[in-house]
Design a protein around this ligand. Structure first.
Ligand code: UDP
Length: 237
């Protein structure tokens, strides 16, 4: 078996990854499977920070479209990410591995508050660190959070879990002729308008030369494969 290609990474899981075959909420068997994948990846000796989205419960823009002020909707979205982190934390711990949820919004009765040193310390102890509540600010996304945390925690890459096995020339679900890239630069992704992440997230990745590895989370063991430099994925950067 090949050695892991990375020492410390951020894994970005969208809220959708937790829904399984449903289109909303948390599917417990799927959470258990994801936790197993994270534990297997961490057992390679790679330090794992995990940024979890909240779109399976609330998205700020959708809530605000119904008349709730955007910052309130975004706060609801950030709270949704905390729920997702807590359920994943519990599943990781049930598998006998240590995990810590650190929230960008202080809620001391629930979990510890994020700060960089605390995150680095927990990563250094080999714990899977679940990074909750996004950046702690409205108008941002958890993709931006993933790149931000990767940069500030000195990570080597963001592993962006999606429903497809990489970046394509067009949406492979709509265009059967769409071709998958093995590798491309941040600049190429911008020029070709490939929308790997939202604009703010991608700009931050480009500015900090942070590689983004896009892979499918639908296959069990995918995180481990990517860390070993195997499996199907697109490396942007
Ligand atoms: N959010 C936010 N600030 C952040 C991160 C997230 O306000 O720094 C809110 C925003 O409303 C977003 C929601 O949390 O829609 C859930 O995050 P996201 O949409 O990124 O989740 P995903 O699509 O990855 O499930």
């Amino acid at each position: 078996m090949s050695e892991p290609a990375y020492r410390r990474v951020i894994v970005k899981l969208s809220g959708e990854a937790l829904t399984g075959t449903k289109d909303f909420g948390i599917d417990q068997p799927t959470v258990e499977r994801l936790a197993g994948d994270l534990v297997a990846a961490a057992r390679l000796g790679v330090e794992l920070g995990v940024v979890v989205g909240g779109g399976n419960i609330f998205r700020g823009v959708e809530v605000s479209a119904k008349g709730v002020p955007r910052p309130v909707g975004d706060t609801m979205g950030m709270l949704a990410t905390v729920m997702n982190c807590l359920v994943l934390e519990a599943a990781v711990e049930r598998q006998g591995y240590e995990a810590r949820t650190l929230s960008a919004l202080a809620m001391t009765a629930v979990c510890e508050t994020y700060n960089r040193k605390r995150a680095v310390k927990n990563l250094g102890k080999g714990r899977i660190v679940l990074l909750a509540a996004g950046t702690g600010n409205p108008y941002f996304t958890t993709d931006t959070t993933a790149v931000l945390r990767a940069a500030e925690l000195d990570c080597e890459a963001v592993l962006k879990a999606t429903n497809v096995d990489g970046v394509y020339t067009a949406d492979p679900k709509k265009d059967p002729k769409a071709k998958r890239y093995d590798r491309l630069s941040h600049q190429e992704a911008i020029e070709k308008d490939l929308r790997v992440m939202d604009g703010a997230a991608f700009a931050l990745a480009r500015e900090n030369r942070m590689p983004i590895i896009v892979f499918s989370i639908r296959e069990a063991g995918a995180i481990e494969s990517v860390l070993r430099g195997k499996g199907r994925a697109t490396v942007v950067g």
